[in-house]
Design a protein. Structure first.
Length: 81
């Protein structure tokens, strides 16, 4: 079994209010390590065996049409074993 990971993030030029809220809260809680925070989404899709090229193409299509909004978000697809 393998897991296909789709990570979705807002494009850098898009404002990220949730990320900004987290970045503001961290120092108030005593965490001073972060310069900035961006929030995203992660999807884990399990498949039997190694994903085929056809399955990867379908995941690419789903990421573009369903899992992300390509106008304001980017995504990265990778496979974990």
């Amino acid at each position: 079994m393998a897991t296909i990971i789709v990570e979705v993030m807002l494009k850098p030029e898009i404002l990220d209010p949730q990320g900004q809220a987290v970045a503001s809260a961290l120092p108030r809680l005593g965490f001073n390590f972060a310069k900035a925070v961006r929030q995203g989404k992660r999807f884990e899709i399990e498949v039997d065996g190694q994903p085929t090229p056809a399955q990867m193409e379908q995941v690419q299509d789903a990421a573009h049409k369903l899992l992300s909004n390509p106008v304001i978000e980017t995504y990265v697809i990778r496979v974990e074993k």
